[in-house]
Design a protein around this ligand. Structure first.
Ligand SMILES: Nc1ncnc2c1ncn2[C@@H]1O[C@H](COP(=O)(O)OP(=O)(O)OP(=O)(O)O)[C@@H](O)[C@H]1O
Ligand SMILES: [Mg+2]
Length: 236
């Protein structure tokens, strides 16, 4: 028996995903995530981690099964209500997806501008966050002139600047050294303490072991380790 709890922010029930006419790359994926939880998502390359995150940020529709976000079934939600849902989700993409013609500052400022934040507040927030991730002297640089690790840090700053309800980070430390990786994860922990539900897809055993948050594992499109939701009741 599966029950929906008010504090489940993400719920998947028997979800499958196939790209075009190809085979299912996710099969019978069922889990729920409690508000305010922090999970790692692991699994071999090609297991389906990025695909699972894409379903969560509404980049793809499932081929079957049910997905609820913030307690609402996204298949039956009104189409024009989905952009508002999407804006509550911060995403660090595996390939960064920065806008190349905008500076680092303007990339990070973009979600705040969309949200109508005052320009003086934007300046303060963006400068503070870019300084924190070590890019104070690169705020005016455009992404193609930055290193992979620097671009990754811009992408992380952009994903968290609005303090989203859910943060999905796809290999967010894949291009930085361990010290910077832990520093970036500290930002995620800070956000999590303020209430953001965090999911970090990573291959890094070191990161998982050092931070000690529970892991979900995918193998060949199937969830082999479910989220651990403290309190236990919903972990089925
Ligand atoms: N746009 C796409 N079209 C067709 N197949 C795809 C597409 N994106 C991913 N796949 C396939 O789906 C499967 C899962 O890919 P996915 O990118 O989700 O894996 P992953 O766990 O994120 O891997 P990695 O650790 O290498 O990032 C793979 O077999 C991949 O080839
Ligand atoms: Mg991936």
């Amino acid at each position: 028996m599966e029950s929906t709890r008010k504090d489940d922010v993400v719920k998947f029930e028997n979800v499958g995903l196939r790209y075009g006419l190809g085979p299912e790359v996710l099969r019978d994926v069922s889990f729920n995530l409690r508000a305010g939880s922090f999970h790692f998502l692991t699994g071999p390359s090609g297991a389906g981690k990025s695909s699972l995150l894409k379903l969560m940020y509404l980049a793809h529709r499932p081929s079957r099964g049910l997905i609820s976000l913030f307690g609402r079934d996204i298949a039956t939600a009104k189409r024009n209500s989905l952009p508002a849902v999407r804006r509550k989700i911060g995403v660090v993409f595996q390939g960064f997806h920065l806008l190349e013609h905008l500076t680092a500052f303007d990339n990070v400022a973009l979600p705040l501008r969309v949200a109508g934040t005052r320009e003086s507040d934007i300046k303060r927030h963006v400068e503070e966050l870019l300084s924190w991730v070590g890019l104070k002297s690169h705020m005016d640089a455009r992404p193609p002139t930055l290193s992979g690790g620097q671009q990754q840090r811009v992408a992380i700053a952009r994903a968290i600047i609005t303090q989203p309800d859910i943060l999905l980070a796809d290999e967010p430390t894949g291009n930085v050294d361990d010290a910077m990786g832990f520093r970036l994860l500290r930002l995620f922990e800070e956000l999590n303490r303020l209430g953001t539900t965090v999911i970090v897809a990573t291959h890094s055993r070191a990161l998982i072991d050092r931070l000690g948050y529970p892991t979900m594992s995918l193998e060949n499109g199937e969830l082999t380790k479910l989220p651990s939701n403290e309190g236990g009741l919903s972990n089925v």
